[in-house]
Design a protein around this ligand. Structure first.
Ligand code: C2E
Ligand code: MG
Ligand code: MG
Ligand code: MG
Length: 276
Protein backbone atom coordinates (compact mmCIF):
# COMPACT_ATOMS: atom_id res chain seq x y z
CA UNK A 1 0.00 0.00 0.00
CA UNK A 2 2.77 2.41 1.01
CA UNK A 3 4.42 1.91 -2.36
CA UNK A 4 1.49 3.56 -4.12
CA UNK A 5 1.61 6.74 -2.00
CA UNK A 6 3.60 9.59 -3.45
CA UNK A 7 6.40 10.99 -1.35
CA UNK A 8 5.49 14.10 0.60
CA UNK A 9 1.75 13.67 0.15
CA UNK A 10 -0.64 13.40 3.07
CA UNK A 11 -2.07 10.01 3.87
CA UNK A 12 -5.52 9.49 5.29
CA UNK A 13 -6.68 6.07 6.38
CA UNK A 14 -10.36 5.65 5.82
CA UNK A 15 -12.37 3.25 7.99
CA UNK A 16 -12.62 0.97 4.92
CA UNK A 17 -8.83 0.81 4.63
CA UNK A 18 -8.45 0.08 8.34
CA UNK A 19 -10.99 -2.70 8.02
CA UNK A 20 -9.21 -4.17 5.01
CA UNK A 21 -5.90 -4.21 6.90
CA UNK A 22 -7.65 -5.84 9.85
CA UNK A 23 -9.18 -8.51 7.60
CA UNK A 24 -5.83 -9.32 6.03
CA UNK A 25 -4.22 -9.66 9.46
CA UNK A 26 -7.01 -11.98 10.52
CA UNK A 27 -6.60 -14.09 7.38
CA UNK A 28 -2.84 -14.29 7.93
CA UNK A 29 -3.43 -15.55 11.48
CA UNK A 30 -6.06 -18.03 10.32
CA UNK A 31 -3.72 -19.32 7.62
CA UNK A 32 -0.87 -19.79 10.08
CA UNK A 33 -3.20 -21.91 12.20
CA UNK A 34 -4.52 -23.76 9.17
CA UNK A 35 -0.98 -24.78 8.29
CA UNK A 36 -0.26 -25.93 11.85
CA UNK A 37 -3.57 -27.85 12.01
CA UNK A 38 -3.06 -29.57 8.68
CA UNK A 39 -6.07 -27.96 7.02
CA UNK A 40 -4.29 -27.34 3.72
CA UNK A 41 -4.78 -29.97 1.02
CA UNK A 42 -3.23 -30.68 -2.33
CA UNK A 43 -5.43 -31.15 -5.35
CA UNK A 44 -4.05 -32.44 -8.62
CA UNK A 45 -4.94 -31.59 -12.21
CA UNK A 46 -3.68 -34.03 -14.86
CA UNK A 47 -1.70 -32.75 -17.85
CA UNK A 48 -2.09 -34.65 -21.12
CA UNK A 49 -0.15 -35.00 -24.31
CA UNK A 50 -2.41 -33.66 -27.06
CA UNK A 51 -1.50 -36.14 -29.79
CA UNK A 52 -2.33 -39.36 -27.91
CA UNK A 53 -4.06 -38.19 -24.70
CA UNK A 54 -1.47 -39.89 -22.48
CA UNK A 55 -1.02 -38.38 -19.04
CA UNK A 56 2.37 -36.70 -18.72
CA UNK A 57 1.97 -35.40 -15.19
CA UNK A 58 -0.20 -33.33 -12.88
CA UNK A 59 -0.15 -29.82 -11.46
CA UNK A 60 -0.42 -29.45 -7.69
CA UNK A 61 -3.08 -26.88 -6.76
CA UNK A 62 -3.49 -25.89 -3.14
CA UNK A 63 -6.80 -25.66 -1.29
CA UNK A 64 -7.76 -24.84 2.28
CA UNK A 65 -10.34 -26.98 4.05
CA UNK A 66 -11.48 -25.19 7.23
CA UNK A 67 -13.41 -27.73 9.36
CA UNK A 68 -17.14 -27.60 8.68
CA UNK A 69 -16.75 -24.89 6.04
CA UNK A 70 -16.55 -24.90 2.24
CA UNK A 71 -13.22 -25.48 0.52
CA UNK A 72 -11.29 -22.22 -0.01
CA UNK A 73 -9.58 -21.73 -3.42
CA UNK A 74 -5.98 -20.44 -3.53
CA UNK A 75 -6.99 -17.11 -5.08
CA UNK A 76 -8.55 -16.24 -1.71
CA UNK A 77 -5.49 -16.82 0.43
CA UNK A 78 -2.27 -17.09 -1.63
CA UNK A 79 -2.12 -13.33 -2.43
CA UNK A 80 -2.42 -12.51 1.30
CA UNK A 81 0.14 -15.17 2.23
CA UNK A 82 2.47 -13.62 -0.37
CA UNK A 83 2.53 -10.35 1.58
CA UNK A 84 4.58 -11.97 4.35
CA UNK A 85 7.05 -14.81 4.75
CA UNK A 86 4.05 -17.06 5.45
CA UNK A 87 4.13 -17.90 1.74
CA UNK A 88 7.53 -19.53 2.31
CA UNK A 89 6.15 -21.73 5.09
CA UNK A 90 3.16 -22.67 2.94
CA UNK A 91 5.34 -23.20 -0.12
CA UNK A 92 7.76 -25.41 1.79
CA UNK A 93 4.88 -27.47 3.11
CA UNK A 94 3.48 -27.89 -0.44
CA UNK A 95 6.90 -28.93 -1.78
CA UNK A 96 7.41 -31.44 1.02
CA UNK A 97 3.95 -32.98 0.50
CA UNK A 98 4.37 -33.10 -3.27
CA UNK A 99 7.76 -34.83 -3.01
CA UNK A 100 6.45 -37.29 -0.45
CA UNK A 101 3.52 -38.21 -2.72
CA UNK A 102 5.70 -38.53 -5.80
CA UNK A 103 8.13 -40.84 -3.97
CA UNK A 104 5.23 -42.89 -2.59
CA UNK A 105 3.59 -43.32 -6.01
CA UNK A 106 6.88 -44.12 -7.67
CA UNK A 107 7.61 -46.94 -5.21
CA UNK A 108 4.15 -48.40 -5.83
CA UNK A 109 4.26 -47.84 -9.58
CA UNK A 110 1.05 -45.80 -9.49
CA UNK A 111 -0.06 -42.22 -9.94
CA UNK A 112 1.41 -39.62 -12.29
CA UNK A 113 5.15 -39.83 -12.94
CA UNK A 114 5.59 -36.12 -12.84
CA UNK A 115 4.35 -33.22 -10.67
CA UNK A 116 4.40 -29.46 -11.20
CA UNK A 117 4.35 -27.15 -8.18
CA UNK A 118 3.60 -23.39 -8.22
CA UNK A 119 6.29 -21.28 -6.56
CA UNK A 120 5.71 -17.67 -5.46
CA UNK A 121 8.40 -15.07 -6.19
CA UNK A 122 9.08 -14.38 -2.53
CA UNK A 123 9.57 -18.08 -1.84
CA UNK A 124 11.78 -18.56 -4.90
CA UNK A 125 14.07 -15.75 -3.78
CA UNK A 126 14.15 -16.76 -0.08
CA UNK A 127 17.69 -17.49 1.16
CA UNK A 128 17.30 -21.22 1.84
CA UNK A 129 15.13 -22.10 -1.18
CA UNK A 130 17.74 -24.04 -3.16
CA UNK A 131 19.20 -25.76 -0.08
CA UNK A 132 15.75 -26.96 0.96
CA UNK A 133 15.11 -28.45 -2.45
CA UNK A 134 18.47 -30.15 -2.33
CA UNK A 135 17.44 -31.66 1.02
CA UNK A 136 14.08 -32.79 -0.36
CA UNK A 137 15.68 -34.48 -3.35
CA UNK A 138 18.00 -36.37 -1.01
CA UNK A 139 15.08 -37.45 1.13
CA UNK A 140 12.88 -38.28 -1.89
CA UNK A 141 15.27 -39.31 -4.69
CA UNK A 142 12.47 -40.39 -7.04
CA UNK A 143 11.63 -36.70 -7.45
CA UNK A 144 14.82 -36.03 -9.37
CA UNK A 145 13.80 -35.22 -12.97
CA UNK A 146 10.15 -35.68 -12.00
CA UNK A 147 9.42 -32.36 -10.36
CA UNK A 148 8.74 -29.09 -12.19
CA UNK A 149 8.76 -25.70 -10.51
CA UNK A 150 6.27 -23.29 -12.07
CA UNK A 151 7.19 -19.64 -11.69
CA UNK A 152 5.61 -16.58 -13.24
CA UNK A 153 7.47 -13.80 -14.99
CA UNK A 154 7.22 -11.86 -11.71
CA UNK A 155 10.02 -14.02 -10.31
CA UNK A 156 12.36 -12.88 -13.06
CA UNK A 157 11.38 -9.24 -12.76
CA UNK A 158 12.74 -9.19 -9.20
CA UNK A 159 16.23 -9.81 -10.52
CA UNK A 160 17.25 -11.49 -13.75
CA UNK A 161 20.81 -12.30 -12.74
CA UNK A 162 19.80 -13.63 -9.32
CA UNK A 163 17.02 -15.70 -10.91
CA UNK A 164 19.44 -17.05 -13.47
CA UNK A 165 21.96 -18.17 -10.82
CA UNK A 166 19.21 -19.90 -8.85
CA UNK A 167 17.71 -21.55 -11.90
CA UNK A 168 21.05 -22.95 -12.97
CA UNK A 169 21.55 -24.49 -9.51
CA UNK A 170 18.03 -25.90 -9.53
CA UNK A 171 18.63 -27.44 -12.97
CA UNK A 172 21.84 -29.01 -11.66
CA UNK A 173 19.82 -30.62 -8.86
CA UNK A 174 17.56 -32.27 -11.44
CA UNK A 175 14.53 -29.98 -11.29
CA UNK A 176 12.55 -28.78 -14.30
CA UNK A 177 11.54 -25.15 -14.69
CA UNK A 178 8.37 -23.78 -16.21
CA UNK A 179 7.10 -20.26 -16.90
CA UNK A 180 3.47 -20.10 -15.78
CA UNK A 181 0.84 -17.83 -17.40
CA UNK A 182 3.33 -17.20 -20.19
CA UNK A 183 2.63 -14.09 -22.24
CA UNK A 184 0.74 -12.16 -19.57
CA UNK A 185 3.67 -10.71 -17.60
CA UNK A 186 5.58 -7.51 -18.09
CA UNK A 187 8.95 -8.89 -19.03
CA UNK A 188 10.39 -9.14 -22.52
CA UNK A 189 11.16 -12.29 -24.49
CA UNK A 190 14.85 -11.51 -24.02
CA UNK A 191 15.00 -13.26 -20.65
CA UNK A 192 14.22 -16.58 -22.30
CA UNK A 193 17.62 -16.70 -23.92
CA UNK A 194 19.29 -16.19 -20.53
CA UNK A 195 17.37 -18.74 -18.48
CA UNK A 196 17.43 -22.55 -18.43
CA UNK A 197 13.66 -22.91 -18.85
CA UNK A 198 12.17 -26.26 -19.91
CA UNK A 199 8.52 -25.37 -20.36
CA UNK A 200 6.12 -22.54 -21.18
CA UNK A 201 2.54 -22.61 -19.95
CA UNK A 202 0.34 -20.77 -22.42
CA UNK A 203 -2.00 -18.60 -20.42
CA UNK A 204 -5.71 -19.38 -20.49
CA UNK A 205 -6.45 -15.95 -21.95
CA UNK A 206 -4.85 -17.04 -25.25
CA UNK A 207 -6.66 -20.39 -25.29
CA UNK A 208 -10.17 -19.03 -24.69
CA UNK A 209 -10.70 -17.90 -28.29
CA UNK A 210 -8.17 -20.10 -30.06
CA UNK A 211 -10.93 -21.69 -32.14
CA UNK A 212 -12.45 -18.38 -33.29
CA UNK A 213 -9.73 -15.74 -33.25
CA UNK A 214 -7.09 -15.63 -35.95
CA UNK A 215 -5.13 -13.12 -33.85
CA UNK A 216 -4.97 -15.46 -30.85
CA UNK A 217 -3.92 -18.30 -33.15
CA UNK A 218 -1.14 -16.14 -34.58
CA UNK A 219 0.21 -15.42 -31.09
CA UNK A 220 0.02 -19.07 -30.08
CA UNK A 221 1.70 -20.22 -33.29
CA UNK A 222 4.49 -17.76 -32.64
CA UNK A 223 5.01 -18.97 -29.05
CA UNK A 224 4.95 -22.61 -30.21
CA UNK A 225 7.59 -21.86 -32.82
CA UNK A 226 9.72 -19.99 -30.29
CA UNK A 227 9.48 -22.91 -27.84
CA UNK A 228 10.47 -25.40 -30.55
CA UNK A 229 13.49 -23.32 -31.50
CA UNK A 230 14.54 -22.98 -27.86
CA UNK A 231 13.89 -26.66 -27.15
CA UNK A 232 11.13 -26.03 -24.62
CA UNK A 233 7.86 -27.85 -24.24
CA UNK A 234 4.49 -26.09 -24.09
CA UNK A 235 1.40 -26.75 -21.99
CA UNK A 236 -1.84 -25.02 -22.98
CA UNK A 237 -3.79 -23.98 -19.87
CA UNK A 238 -7.55 -23.84 -19.44
CA UNK A 239 -8.70 -26.04 -22.31
CA UNK A 240 -12.46 -26.24 -21.82
CA UNK A 241 -13.94 -27.29 -25.17
CA UNK A 242 -13.38 -29.98 -27.78
CA UNK A 243 -13.07 -27.25 -30.39
CA UNK A 244 -10.17 -25.61 -28.49
CA UNK A 245 -8.52 -28.99 -28.07
CA UNK A 246 -8.68 -29.90 -31.75
CA UNK A 247 -7.42 -26.47 -32.78
CA UNK A 248 -4.40 -26.82 -30.46
CA UNK A 249 -3.79 -30.33 -31.77
CA UNK A 250 -3.87 -29.04 -35.35
CA UNK A 251 -1.28 -26.44 -34.33
CA UNK A 252 1.00 -29.14 -32.90
CA UNK A 253 0.83 -27.88 -29.34
CA UNK A 254 2.55 -30.63 -27.28
CA UNK A 255 0.34 -30.82 -24.19
CA UNK A 256 -2.64 -29.37 -22.42
CA UNK A 257 -4.53 -29.05 -19.19
CA UNK A 258 -8.11 -27.99 -18.55
CA UNK A 259 -11.61 -28.80 -17.40
CA UNK A 260 -12.36 -30.59 -20.69
CA UNK A 261 -9.81 -33.25 -19.84
CA UNK A 262 -9.82 -33.26 -16.04
CA UNK A 263 -10.57 -30.84 -13.22
CA UNK A 264 -8.26 -30.45 -10.23
CA UNK A 265 -9.14 -33.28 -7.81
CA UNK A 266 -8.17 -35.01 -4.58
CA UNK A 267 -5.57 -37.73 -4.72
CA UNK A 268 -8.08 -40.60 -4.39
CA UNK A 269 -10.20 -39.22 -7.25
CA UNK A 270 -7.15 -38.80 -9.44
CA UNK A 271 -6.18 -42.43 -8.83
CA UNK A 272 -9.67 -43.50 -9.96
CA UNK A 273 -9.49 -41.19 -12.95
CA UNK A 274 -6.07 -42.55 -13.94
CA UNK A 275 -7.29 -46.14 -13.66
CA UNK A 276 -10.02 -45.47 -16.26
P1 C2E B 1 -2.21 -21.43 -12.07
O1 C2E B 1 -0.95 -22.01 -11.58
O2 C2E B 1 -2.18 -20.72 -13.37
O3 C2E B 1 -3.25 -22.64 -12.07
C1 C2E B 1 -4.25 -22.82 -13.03
C2 C2E B 1 -5.60 -22.43 -12.49
O4 C2E B 1 -6.57 -22.58 -13.52
C3 C2E B 1 -6.09 -23.29 -11.34
O5 C2E B 1 -6.89 -22.49 -10.48
C4 C2E B 1 -6.98 -24.31 -12.06
O6 C2E B 1 -7.95 -24.90 -11.22
C5 C2E B 1 -7.61 -23.43 -13.10
N1 C2E B 1 -8.03 -24.20 -14.27
C6 C2E B 1 -7.58 -25.37 -14.74
N2 C2E B 1 -8.21 -25.74 -15.87
C7 C2E B 1 -9.11 -24.77 -16.13
C8 C2E B 1 -10.08 -24.57 -17.18
O7 C2E B 1 -10.25 -25.38 -18.10
N3 C2E B 1 -10.83 -23.42 -17.12
C9 C2E B 1 -10.68 -22.51 -16.12
N4 C2E B 1 -11.47 -21.44 -16.14
N5 C2E B 1 -9.76 -22.67 -15.12
C10 C2E B 1 -8.99 -23.77 -15.13
P2 C2E B 1 -6.73 -22.55 -8.90
O8 C2E B 1 -6.55 -23.97 -8.46
O9 C2E B 1 -7.86 -21.76 -8.32
O10 C2E B 1 -5.37 -21.79 -8.68
C11 C2E B 1 -5.26 -20.42 -8.98
C12 C2E B 1 -3.84 -19.95 -8.83
O11 C2E B 1 -3.39 -20.04 -7.48
C13 C2E B 1 -2.83 -20.78 -9.62
O12 C2E B 1 -2.83 -20.40 -10.97
C14 C2E B 1 -1.54 -20.41 -8.91
O13 C2E B 1 -1.05 -19.18 -9.38
C15 C2E B 1 -2.01 -20.25 -7.47
N6 C2E B 1 -1.68 -21.45 -6.70
C16 C2E B 1 -2.35 -22.61 -6.61
N7 C2E B 1 -1.70 -23.48 -5.79
C17 C2E B 1 -0.58 -22.85 -5.39
C18 C2E B 1 0.53 -23.21 -4.53
O14 C2E B 1 0.64 -24.33 -4.00
N8 C2E B 1 1.50 -22.26 -4.33
C19 C2E B 1 1.44 -21.02 -4.92
N9 C2E B 1 2.43 -20.16 -4.67
N10 C2E B 1 0.43 -20.66 -5.72
C20 C2E B 1 -0.56 -21.56 -5.96
MG1 MG C 1 0.52 -23.08 -12.34
MG1 MG D 1 -1.12 -20.85 -15.01
MG1 MG E 1 -2.97 -18.64 -13.88
Amino acid sequence: MAKRIAKGSHVFFSPEMAEEVQQRLQLTNDLQQALARNELVLHFQPQLQLADQTVVGAEVLLRWQPPGKPLVPPGHFIPVAEETSLICDIGNWVLQQACERLQHWHERKQGPEHLSVNISARHFHSPDFVARLEGLLQQYPACRNRLTLEVTEGVILESLSESRTRMIRLKQLGLNLSIDDFGTGYSSFAYLKELPVDELKLDRSFIRHVDSSQRDRAIIACILELARELDMTVVAEGVETESQRSQLLAMNCPSCQGFLLACPMEEADMMHWLAQ
